[in-house]
Design a protein around this ligand. Structure first.
Ligand SMILES: N[C@@H](CCC(=O)N[C@@H](CS)C(=O)NCC(=O)O)C(=O)O
Length: 217
């Protein structure tokens, strides 16, 4: 198989790329990386020294591509399909990249901080960082509420890179810090994302791993 994706079905940034691959039915092999397994972590670190996934390996072009947004841009360039994840119009492409960064930086990042705080030992919790993360998510929820009043997908009528980013970010954020009744358009957008066949498939594949999700303590 020309394309291999070092990934894990429960990891949000891996899900972002899986959505893109499923949208265009791009053939690839998912190589499951268990970060708790020393050998598998070392293999991930061999291809991307930062040791974060996903990483795409393209044997046909003899290259490896890290970082979820860059992978999706790479797929759009070299393995395009019927769903144009990065619009050709430069202004719409810039808006798409902005919303992709918005969901990564201002939804995923604080969501991960809340999850990591749950994983900390009881005597090493970070209440200040937790409050900051929740405040950041509230700001983001308010912005999404405004953005999604009249839109189906993040940038308008067409599903894009920004929606690949939004889906896992909002899904996990809603679990650790529920979106709530004050943000009906944001909640409706998350519902649409969950019903999108590509993300519905991702969610089915992630299902067995929910037992390991850290609970609030
Ligand atoms: N900016 C990166 C973030 C990737 C990332 O944070 N991946 C997480 C999984 S969702 C990870 O590898 N975590 C492992 C670790 O931090 O040790 C991207 O967009 O791909």
């Amino acid at each position: 198989m020309a394309l291999r994706l070092y990934s894990h079905p429960f990891a949000s940034f891996c899900q972002k790329v899986l959505i893109a691959l499923y949208e265009n039915q791009t053939p690839f092999e998912a190589v499951l990386i268990d970060l708790a397994n020393e050998a598998e972590r070392a293999e991930l670190q061999r291809v991307w020294r930062i040791a974060k996934f996903p990483v795409l390996l393209d044997d046909a072009r003899n290259c490896s591509v890290p970082e979820s947004s860059i992978i999706i841009e790479y797929l759009a360039q070299y393995y395009p399909g019927p769903v144009t994840l990065l619009p050709r119009d430069p202004d719409l492409a810039r808006e798409t990249r902005l919303l992709d960064r918005f969901y990564d930086l201002y939804v995923s990042d604080p969501m991960q901080k809340i999850v990591f705080n749950r994983l900390r030992p009881a005597d090493q919790k970070d209440p200040f960082g937790l409050a900051q993360a929740k405040a950041s998510l509230l700001t983001a929820y308010g912005m999404i509420e405004e953005q999604m009043q009249n839109r189906t997908w993040a940038t308008g009528d067409a599903f894009s890179l920004a929606d690949c980013s939004a889906a896992p970010a909002l899904l996990y954020a809603n679990v650790v810090f529920p979106i709530g009744a004050a943000y009906p358009s944001a909640a409706a957008y998350l519902k649409r994302l969950c019903e999108r066949p590509s993300f519905a498939r991702v969610l089915r594949e992630a299902e067995p791993f929910w037992v390991n999700f850290p609970q609030e303590s």
